[in-house]
Structures are given as C-alpha cells and as structure tokens.
Design a binder for this molecule. Sequence first.
Ligand code: HEC
Length: 197
Amino acid sequence: MHKIRMGQPGTFMPSLVDLGFNTADAKDILAWAQMGLTPGAGCCEIAENNCEDGQTIEQCDALGGELHEEICAEVPECNVAPPGEGCCVIAENDCVDDTTEVECGDLGGIQFDEGLMCSGVAECNVAPAPDGEALYIDNCQFCHGPNGDGSVSPAFPPVAGKSAGEIETAIMTVPAMMGLDFLSAAEVDAIALFLAP
Ligand code: HEC
C-alpha cells in the first residue's frame, strides 16, 4: 500500500501522491492488483464481520465461507456494526458512537439500539435552542438599548422584563417594528428569556 502511494525509488514506478491521487485511489488499485494476481480471488465471507480478502473459491470453500467478487470493504455483511455497540445518548446533542452498553453506562448515558449510529438517533440531532441574547443584539438593541434598558432615546421604551406575548404584540402593532415578523415563536421566546429580570 505504501509503495503504491509513494512509488518505488530507483524504478519507473511513480508516486501516486505526486500524481495527485489519494489514499482511497491507492486502495482501489491495490485491490485490483491483488485480484489480478490471483484470478478469481475475492472476498470470502465466513460470517458476519468475519471476511478475508484475496481468497479463491477453493480457499474460501475450505474456510466454509461464501466468495464475493468484490473486496471485503464493499461487501455489506463484512461491515456490520459489532453486535452490542451503538450510539450512547448522554444528553440532548451529546452522543457518542460505537459504545457498548457497559461503556455507555460508565458515561452516564443511555445505549440505543444495536448498530444504530448517533446520526440516526433523534435526541442526538436536536436543533440548538435559539440564542436570545444574540437575537436581541441583532434585532432590538439598536432601538431599545443594551439589555432592554431604553437608554437610546425616550422614543423607544425600555423593554427589560417584557414577556414573549408583549413582544409578539409589539411586533404586530408597532410600525417601527414591522419587518421583525420573520422571528419565529421560539426566537421570540428566547429573546423574552434573555430580557427576563
Ligand atoms: C426601529 C426601532 C425598533 C426596533 C428595532 C425594535 N423596536 Fe420595539 N419598539 C419600538 C418603538 C418605537 C416602540 C414603542 C411604540 C409605542 O410606544 O407606541 C417599541 C415597543 C416595544 C415593546 C412594547 C413596550 C411597551 O412598553 O409596551 C416591546 C415589548 C418591544 N418594543 C420589544 C422589541 C423587541 C424584543 C425587539 C427586537 C426583536 C424590538 N422591540 C425592536 C421600536 C423598535
């Protein structure tokens, strides 16, 4: 593998890296070369996650396996998440892949279904709560002052401690605040939480 990537010094064999190929390309070439060297060789699937590359049909038969033409990396049965391992949910958006139930228990988390990766577990992919302070600074501070203190101008009342309902009403009724109706209910809630005393 290293030789394919780096070439063979002192020979005509070029370095794939110099030619702009990556490691995955080198692996493909290696797999192709190995199959070419032993005609009919492929991946011998002996059992789930127990596979051997570069086997002929006779060799695979002797191992009691089933021969695939592809390399093992491309045979799904050879790449099953190990039994008992999966995604550990420690908290919302705080998850770890490939843990066993015991490892997950040590982390204080809850182990999910076998083989399920965190990308497939809803609790691990919750949209983060809107940042009320950032939303206030971006959309409101210009008129209502830092922390809603009303220090900018008497034309703009202080809004510290105002509720989400009062903010919604102001957005709907105050002409100067028209154009803020793009804020979602969750964002208004977050702003109210930031303005809360
Ligand atoms: C362009 C200036 C401007 C911006 C930006 C603005 N407001 Fe206002 N807001 C006003 C004005 C002017 C009033 C007062 C209207 C009145 O008294 O009739 C007001 C009134 C309010 C009120 C009602 C206050 C009360 O005492 O009844 C709340 C609550 C409020 N704004 C919250 C916000 C929040 C939260 C944002 C950001 C999402 C925001 N405003 C952005 C100008 C603005």
